[in-house]
Design a protein around this ligand. Sequence first.
Ligand SMILES: *[C@@H]1O[C@H](CO)[C@@H](O)[C@H](O)[C@H]1NC(C)=O
Ligand SMILES: *[C@@H]1O[C@H](CO)[C@@H](O)[C@H](O)[C@H]1NC(C)=O
Ligand SMILES: *[C@@H]1O[C@H](CO)[C@@H](O)[C@H](O)[C@H]1NC(C)=O
Ligand SMILES: *[C@@H]1O[C@H](CO)[C@@H](O)[C@H](O)[C@H]1NC(C)=O
Ligand SMILES: *[C@@H]1O[C@H](CO)[C@@H](O)[C@H](O)[C@H]1NC(C)=O
Length: 439
Amino acid sequence: MSGEISMIGSVILALFLAGYLGQQYLPPPKPKVIGLDLGTTFCSVGVFLPGSGEVEIIRDQEGRKSIPSAVSFTTTEVLVGHEAVDLANCNPQNTIYDAKRFIGKAFESEVLKEESARYPFKVMNNNGSAEFEIFTNHTFTVTPEFIGSRLLLKMKKMAERQLNVPIQKAVISVPAEFDERQRNYTVRAANLAGLEILRVINEPTAAAMAYGLHKVDVFNVLVVDLGGGTLDVSLLNKQGGMFLTRAMAGNNKLGGQDFSQRLLQYTTEQVQQDFGVPLTLKEDLHRLRQAVEAAKLNLTLQHSTTIRLPLHFHSSESSEGSAPAPVLFQSVITRKLFEDLNEDLFQKILAPIKTVLTEGHLEKQEVDEIVLVGGSTRIPRIRRLISEFFGKEPNTSVDPDLAVVTGVAIQAGIMGGSWPLQVSAIEIPNRHLRKTNFS
Ligand SMILES: *[C@@H]1O[C@H](CO)[C@@H](O)[C@H](O)[C@H]1NC(C)=O
Ligand SMILES: *[C@@H]1O[C@H](CO)[C@@H](O)[C@H](O)[C@H]1NC(C)=O
Ligand SMILES: *[C@@H]1O[C@H](CO)[C@@H](O)[C@H](O)[C@H]1NC(C)=O
Ligand SMILES: *[C@@H]1O[C@H](CO)[C@@H](O)[C@H](O)[C@H]1NC(C)=O
Ligand SMILES: *[C@@H]1O[C@H](CO)[C@@H](O)[C@H](O)[C@H]1NC(C)=O
């Protein structure tokens, strides 16, 4: 009798244990909704992992967390991302980048002509919309949303490969200033890639979510996004768990490439002083530009760096047989020098910040959190400038290149129902908000 009871007891215990262990050790459900950041220069994709409550940024086969927003057409194939960039030099007229600047936008034909002049590829005007002309075996045009779709398809495949499940649903971010038509065309690009878009969220809102600001008690969040070529500042107001964009301003001609340009100008003048000859050889210039870019990145971590570069001055073909030996150019670049060369440009960052505060009727002391997005916000002087202006430290713990995709992935987790607790609607859409532009 007692044996029977103990046996029943054991069965019950075993069932209980099995249930408990199952809960502990069953793999957590796979994410079904991905978060997409379709950026002007780089794209990334992330997922919210219900098990750990963390965001995973999906890597490509080489382990990189983002792909360049470029698509290149050849006679035989369409290449996307890094492979497209590798072709940019030998196939410039068929390698399309910056397509996001054209998507869903209505253009005056004069404006489109000016825009077109900036690119090595041909931008056509189709009844007020931009299209790109491609010359391979035959000539044809593609739309900006088609370019977007190829990038999104690549990221969809990266996610499917990593997660080993088919993906059909996504959340995507767009600039706060995008109007309804630009948002619609972005969604269309995703649809062309076989993705259903569950929600479109603003990039600054996504960045704020990356810092968990949707969950904490803050009211006013200022987001500064400084990339390679543009500055965007947004003032967000949080009301009951929902973000509302209160003001936007920016400068679409200010970014990392301008800071590099100042350093390039300085070093080319130095070459002229050191060797008494101007730098004219294309390859020399190209490699100096790369060295300057590397030095700029190093100076975010170090106080000083040295550019060392063999220069040829003459191409070996032109001076037949008697190609002169290369000379070594060396230059020590301090962080202080880099900051002095750019101080006036750095100061320009404050103008749109002041504008959004004025338009949002807010004193700078009333800003609760400042979020920095975009690679150029790694520059120490820029961080200092912003923290001195507000008298408080900005939020910088998330990689500024991945803050947007991190937030979009969190929103994707919410839409996919894997968010452990609460919160679902995150953004109040607002119309009729205009962006003030300095430039
Ligand atoms: C274009 O030409 C190449 C050979 O030059 C050929 O292999 C390819 O199939 C052609 N593509 C198309 C779309 O006709
Ligand atoms: C051109 O655009 C206008 C306004 O956007 C539209 O009314 C018209 O139907 C379009 N024409 C063509 C040929 O697509
Ligand atoms: C955007 O798409 C929605 C839904 O498909 C549609 O109702 C709306 O008219 C579109 N707006 C524009 C400006 O294209
Ligand atoms: C930048 O730093 C890396 C590693 O610290 C180093 O290998 C590289 O040579 C540096 N580049 C420059 C331009 O100083
Ligand atoms: C960044 O944001 C978090 C909210 O997630 C906040 O608690 C923290 O204090 C902020 N960090 C800084 C340096 O301001």
